[in-house]
Every structure is written in C-alpha cells, then in structure tokens.
Design a binder for this molecule. Sequence first.
Ligand code: ATP
Ligand code: MG
Length: 190
Amino acid sequence: MNIVIFGAPGSGKGTQSENLIKRYGLHHISTGELLREHIANKTHLGQVADSYISKGLLIPDEIMIDVLSDLFIQNPGTIEKGVIFDGFPRTVAQAEALSEMLKKYNTDINAVVGLEVEEDELIRRMLERGKDSGRSDDNLSTIKKRLSVYHKQTAPLREYYMNKGCYHAIDGNRNIENIARDIEASLDNI
Ligand code: ATP
Ligand code: MG
C-alpha cells in the first residue's frame, strides 16, 4: 500500500503520518524533513533548497524528482514495504513522475488522503509552530507566500487525484485524534 498525504502547508501532514506509520507499518518519506536535514548538514542540495524554502517557494521539479528517484534507487526495499509520501508530489509534474517511478516497481499510489483545513487555521498553526520550530519559513510573510504557491501549484493536484478516483477528503480542522480516526476509517476499506 502506498499513500500520499496531501494538504496545504500547516495542514498536519507530518503529524498524521506518524499515526499511519504506526497503524500500517509504512515507510515515511517526507521531502520537507529530508530537505531540512540537508540544510542542517550544509550539503549542496541543502544550500540550493534553503534558497527556495526561506522564500516560501517550491524547489524546482527537476531537482525534487531527481532527489526522489535517487532515494528509490538507494533504498529499493522501502517501496516493497509500502510508503507514505508526505510533501511529495506538490505539482502535477511531480505526481506524474512519481507514478512512473512506482511503475518500475509494479506498484502505484493506492490512496491520497487530503487534509482540508481553513486558511485561518493553517496560518494560526504555522505561526504557533514558528515559535519553536526554528524553521525559516514559519513567519507571517513567508507563510502567506507558501499559501499562494500552494493554491497555484499544488492545489490542482486535488482534482487530479479526484479524477483518478483515489482522493479521500478529510476534515482537517478538528483535533489530532479525530482526524486520525477519520483517516483510518477511510483507509481500512482499502
Ligand atoms: P506540513 O506542515 O503539512 O507538514 P509544510 O508545507 O509546512 O507542511 P514541508 O512539507 O515540510 O512543510 O515543506 C517545507 C518546504 O520544503 C516547502 O515549502 C518547499 O519549499 C520545500 N518542499 C518540500 N517538498 C517539496 C516538493 N515536493 N517540491 C518542491 N518543494 C518542496
Ligand atoms: Mg511537514
């Protein structure tokens, strides 16, 4: 089983991923965490990524797709176990590349969990997180940029996956436990 956890910045993708890892024993791939590790370790990719992230922009597709395909080549076992993709894909081009990559392992995305959260709540959560996350992008002006980038570049994926019939909308405005229960209810049937 491969799952994409999808939603705007601050929608709780990382938080809900943790629950899914425990419940289904999936391997977690978070591109945001991966890039932040590169930034902390001052790698070349980290330097490139930082220049986009701190401005609230997406890392260009060519770079992100390469990063993911390297990850697959280096850890072929992870795909067999089943993966929860958190923060990837973020564009239609990334979604198509992901599908192609998974095809090589005779698998595909089984479900997309869409965390749907009101804009005010997203901003509130990211500002709260910014108090101690140390993240260069959790401040009001960068948050606003990230949300506008989300609407332009990422939100079209909602319809893309709806048309494929695998999108599961989840009301992500409530508390962590209630959201987790809803996600489990919609995935347990798959
Ligand atoms: P959440 O709070 O729901 O976990 P988020 O948007 O705050 O989501 P991350 O997923 O950790 O946080 O991503 C942080 C930043 O890393 C993004 O704003 C973007 O600049 C970069 N990034 C992460 N994944 C991708 C990707 N697939 N394509 C391009 N840029 C990416
Ligand atoms: Mg995250």
